[in-house]
Design a protein around this ligand. Structure first.
Ligand SMILES: [Mn+2]
Length: 271
């Protein structure tokens, strides 16, 4: 695609249009493209959407990156999906993001609650469009949120690959899962694996033992045992009694516990 390109979408760009623009700018070689806006469904100057390779229409105009034409429309398609298939179809993190956009753009019943919650990407987009009447400013303002969303999804994909190295074991409270790694989403993934106790050691040696919030667990006995096992380490039992920490990104420490993940697992088995 040419460098001096223009990306066209409809006024008040929505999640689908924004995701399409973001994909073209980050993965489609159109980082420096200008932005232009039309009434939804239309094209620049009323010309066919794809007649000029330097003008790329997304989510409007009936071209290759629109899905409102009868021959393309369907519950499993959106503009962002068409763009993704064209620019980066092998990227698993993008596939997940596009799946979400597809669900929202087609108003899948299960997505309505997520879309209307108190703090959602759609809410940010809506408010952002309110704050920036100039749609080009609105787009530039929201695109970094997609960068962050992508970074998070990549981390989740990587985490799932690394999760084959998890340790599952039994405790007095029930199933526990231990994991060595730095990814923030690992605790939620542990709950998905049916654990109610999550144990983690980061690359900096920081340790975490946490209990699922609805499991009614008091980690005080674990706190007493880890203090016996490594008295010199700065163990911290959160007032909720569900979280036992020894260093964390919010509370970084230079001298972590000497316990390895295996040793911590052994301690917890014996609580
Ligand atoms: Mn759309």
């Amino acid at each position: 695609m040419a460098t001096m390109a223009t990306i066209v979408t409809h006024f008040s760009p929505d999640l689908d249009g924004l995701m399409s623009i973001w994909l073209l700018k980050r993965f489609g070689g159109l980082a420096d493209a200008d932005l232009a806006f039309v009434v939804a469904g239309q094209t620049i100057d009323g010309l066919p959407a794809d007649h000029d390779p330097a003008v790329v229409h997304v989510d409007t105009g009936g071209g290759r990156f629109d899905h409102h034409q009868p021959e393309v429309a369907g519950p499993d398609v959106c503009a962002a999906k068409l763009v993704w298939q064209a620019v980066a179809p092998q990227d698993e993190a993008l596939r997940r993001m596009v799946a979400y956009v597809t669900a929202v753009d087609n108003a899948y019943p299960g997505q309505r609650a997520a879309a209307q919650g108190p703090f959602t990407l759609l809410g940010l987009i809506w408010g952002n469009n309110m704050l920036h009447p100039n749609p080009a400013e609105a787009v530039e303002s929201i695109l970094p949120s997609f960068d962050a969303w992508y970074a998070w999804n990549k981390e989740c994909v990587e985490l799932e690959h690394q999760f084959v190295n998890r340790i599952e074991f039994q405790t007095r409270w029930g199933k526990a899962l231990a994991f060595e790694g730095d990814q923030g989403g690992s605790r939620a993934l542990a709950w998905e694996h049916g654990a109610i106790i999550f144990v983690r050691r980061t690359s900096r040696g920081w340790l975490e033992v946490s209990a699922r919030s609805d499991a009614g667990i008091d980690l005080t006995p674990a706190y007493l045992r880890v203090r016996e096992a490594d008295p010199a380490a700065p163990w911290f039992l959160h007032p909720s009694k569900r979280l036992l920490l020894c260093g964390s990104p919010k509370s970084p420490i230079d001298r972590p516990s000497r316990l390895t993940l295996r040793e911590l697992v052994d301690v917890l088995r014996q609580v």
